[in-house]
Ligand binder design. Structure first.
Ligand code: MF3
Ligand code: CO
Length: 267
């Protein structure tokens, strides 16, 4: 996810999506697979007492052992460079939490976001995990965020519009009493981690870019238990809910093909 265009100086305008050939999609699947492998490792290691720095080390070691590179490390936004392989965003942190020596505590939820670069192409995917036993609201927040991602992915079809994806995400979230973050978006992905178009998590069906074969999108709802407003911490990365209530985040990189949506960030 990334800041909206107004804050995001690097984004091309007007929208100039890159359409991938079948061959390019197959190469991207390799980067996507490594993202999914990292998530398998995160699932195994997330537990009370583990630090987010330890998780970062495990992720980076795995990515490099697969001959890939961590895309986030050194990634520059507005003059700042991201210092780690993963984003580790606990409870009220929406996205871009920087790994530290803070230990995970039972009852927290943690979103892990990871990007890979292999053979010239990127993969990007996020999941939210429970640390031990969590309360019912957090459970429901995670379930609904994943459901919203799936509803969005199901609209990623030739002939549909970008707004169909956005609207499906928004509707799933709001009919369950939660809110979608408005100031951050998903994105096209390919040779670069952030390509056009921006993929909003709210909008109207039948509007925006018409979806064509070869478009690859990172669809990534960020869902807050309370209000949609967010704030940025002084480190310039850590993004938190303004009301301090928890937030969840799931993301897949998805190719639009002649046979429907093809999720690339799977093992
Ligand atoms: N998956 C995120 C995105 O889509 C993570 C970016 S973190 C950054 O933008 F540090 F690389 F910016
Ligand atoms: Co992303």
């Amino acid at each position: 996810m990334i800041y909206l265009t107004v804050l995001w100086k690097g984004w091309a305008s007007p929208e100039m999506p890159e359409y991938k050939t079948d061959r390019e999609v197959e190469i991207m699947r390799e980067a996507g697979k490594i993202v999914a492998e990292v998530h398998e490792l995160m699932r195994k290691h997330i537990a009370p007492g583990v630090t987010t720095q330890e998780l970062d080390r495990i992720a980076e070691d795995h990515i490099r052992s697969r001959g890939a590179e961590p895309t986030f490390k050194g990634y520059r936004v507005g003059g700042r460079s991201y210092p780690a392989t993963i984003c580790a965003s606990i409870d009220e942190v929406v996205v871009h939490g920087i790994p530290s020596d803070r230990k995970l505590v039972e009852g927290q939820i943690i979103s892990i976001d990871v990007g890979t670069f292999k053979n010239g192409y990127c993969g990007d995917g996020a999941k939210t995990y429970a640390v031990g036993e969590i309360d019912d609201e957090k459970k429901r927040l995670m379930e609904i965020t994943l459901k919203a991602l799936k509803a969005g992915i199901d609209k990623a079809r030739v002939g549909n519009y970008l707004g169909d994806i956005s609207a499906a995400v928004q509707q799933t979230v709001e009919e369950n009493g939660f809110s979608v973050v408005r100031d951050m978006v998903g994105h096209g992905i390919g040779r670069k981690m952030h390509e056009d178009p921006q993929v909003h998590n709210f909008g109207s069906p039948g509007t925006g870019l018409k979806l064509k074969k070869g478009l690859v999108l990172a669809i990534e709802p960020m869902v807050n238990a309370g209000g949609y407003r967010i704030d940025f911490k002084p480190d310039g990365w850590t993004t938190v809910t303004s009301d301090g209530r928890p937030s969840a985040h799931f993301e897949h990189s998805v190719a639009i093909t002649g046979n429907g949506p093809d999720i690339l960030t799977l093992v």
